[in-house]
Design a protein around this ligand. Structure first.
Ligand code: C2E
Ligand code: MG
Ligand code: MG
Ligand code: MG
Length: 281
């Protein structure tokens, strides 16, 4: 069969798409299977949330980021880097994102009763497709109301790609949610392609310095300059700033010296089940 495919591909000529390329065929097949499995994953209850600590300069827990995990029956844990892009393409991210939001809100409610955890915030990643979906604001508010989670403990992480086009719609969506107490962080800040001018008009609360800059901070002057600028910028715009991907004491010390007081990274804890969080240090 492979020979036949090769024959057909050759006969199709150089400039024609080679639909019968066996390697490509296998790749498409694997992808189709992953997609079929992903369609079943919600109904089969295969998703779970891991939580990664966010800490202040004294390493006190101030919040967590909820990170989605897919426990596949045969493949084991599938990383979000593998299935989120797929879910974004086929819009499964909308129901999946709804599940994430609901689970994170339930966690907030579980924490609300205990003074040791009542102040924790949960950051939830929101894909552009999900954010742009008609009725997104209503869905978030309905989830908050249904679960009884305090809106001011919920932070939504969005990315710069949202603001390249349709800036007004994005601002309106954010405004309506912020009116109810929900806050917004701009994730992976510095890696997008948009101009900085949108920053002054968007109702943001926090910038998250992308981990690629933090990683190279001590070896690369350009990264250090970018991080210092982001910290200064957040100060002048009166936004909170948090560094992600902090892995070493030296990185944290540099960040503190340059005015950053919130951190997330392996140095403080990897994403894990909620029971693994060290609370009240
Ligand atoms: P992100 O939102 O930027 O999340 C940070 C990623 O960096 C996480 O990867 C986290 O495990 C990893 N990380 C944290 N600290 C360190 C560190 O010190 N060093 C290094 N090397 N990595 C660190 P993860 O969990 O694999 O998630 C990858 C991406 O998948 C996320 O990037 C986010 O864009 C997306 N994602 C995860 N959960 C969701 C979700 O519920 N909804 C949506 N739409 N996207 C999600
Ligand atoms: Mg994030
Ligand atoms: Mg990030
Ligand atoms: Mg990211």
């Amino acid at each position: 069969q492979a020979d036949m495919a090769l024959f057909q591909a050759k006969r199709a000529g150089r400039d024609t798409l080679r639909f019968f390329d066996p390697a490509m065929q296998a790749q498409l097949h694997a992808r189709a299977r992953l997609e079929a499995d992903l369609r079943q994953a919600l109904a089969r209850d295969e998703f779970l949330l891991h939580y990664q600590p966010q800490v202040d300069a004294d390493r006190r827990l101030i919040g967590v980021e909820a990170l989605l995990r897919w426990q596949h029956p045969e493949r084991g844990m599938v990383s979000p880097g593998e299935f989120i892009p797929l879910a974004e393409e086929n819009r499964l991210i909308v129901p999946i994102g709804g599940w994430v939001l609901e689970a994170a809100c339930r966690q907030l409610v579980a924490w609300a009763g205990d003074p040791a955890t009542a102040d924790l915030r949960v950051s939830v990643n929101v894909s552009p497709q999900q954010f742009r979906e008609v009725g997104f604001v209503e869905r978030v508010l309905a989830t908050l109301a249904r679960t009884g989670a305090p809106p001011e403990r919920l932070k939504l992480e969005v990315t710069e790609s949202l603001f390249v086009h349709e800036r007004d719609e994005a601002r309106e969506t954010m405004r309506r949610l912020r009116e109810q107490g929900v806050t917004f962080a701009l994730d992976d800040f510095g890696t997008g392609y948009s101009s900085l001018s949108y920053l002054k008009r968007l109702p943001l609360d926090q910038l998250k310095i992308d981990q690629s800059f933090v990683r190279d901070l001590l070896e690369d002057e350009a990264s250090a300059a970018i991080v210092a600028s982001i910290i200064a910028l957040s100060g002048s715009l009166q936004l909170e700033v948090i560094a992600e991907g902090v892995e070493t004491e030296a990185q944290q010390a540099w960040l503190v010296a340059h005015g950053c007081h919130a951190f997330q990274g392996y140095l403080f804890g990897r994403p894990g089940p909620v029971e693994a969080l060290v609370i009240g240090r």
